[in-house]
Design a protein around this ligand. Structure first.
Ligand code: SME
Length: 152
């Protein structure tokens, strides 16, 4: 199977994984789940898919998603206030967030998975490991060396 075909189906797989994550985590404190991709021709990221609400798109790179993309590192935000100007609020009720970088086969980062919660301290290192495993097993992200998360 051609690699282009695998990559071409990526958006469909992202939609399906969004559905699965939403189904399992909506009753466990998750308020929103979605994927953003970096635009090729602009310093911004655009929403690919999300559950269960739409969200701001495009977003500037100054926020948690942009920081994750730029640094190619997962980010756990225990309290969105800790990020100050570096947080972009799509839903004012959101209190914490987890963001994972998504990698191409050449190791470049093309986008992020983002989960939000109305509770503070909703996400743990353990969630990163499980989510990373899911992203790799569904071929949404190529495997990449483990880099410890930035915690805010
Ligand atoms: N909070 C993100 C923006 C995306 S929303 O959470 C859906 C950020 O700071 O980049």
């Amino acid at each position: 199977m051609a690699l282009a075909q695998v990559q071409g189906n990526r958006h469909r797989r992202m939609g399906e994984v969004c559905d699965v994550l939403w189904r399992f985590f909506k009753d466990q404190g998750v308020s929103w789940v979605g994927f953003y991709e970096k635009d090729d021709d602009a310093d911004q990221m655009s929403l690919v898919c999300s559950r269960d609400k739409p969200a701001c798109s495009p977003i500037e790179l100054r926020g948690a998603c942009g920081m994750c993309w730029e640094k190619k590192r997962p980010i756990i935000v225990n309290d969105v206030h800790n990020l100050g100007e570096r947080y972009i609020a799509c839903d004012p009720k959101d209190k914490s967030e987890i963001v994972l970088p998504m990698f191409n086969s050449d190791g470049s980062c093309y986008g992020v998975l983002d989960l939000d919660s109305f509770d503070r301290n909703a996400f743990y290192e353990h969630d990163l490991i499980e989510l990373r495993r899911l992203m790799e097993s569904t071929a949404i992200s190529w495997p990449a060396p483990h880099i410890p998360a930035l915690i805010y």
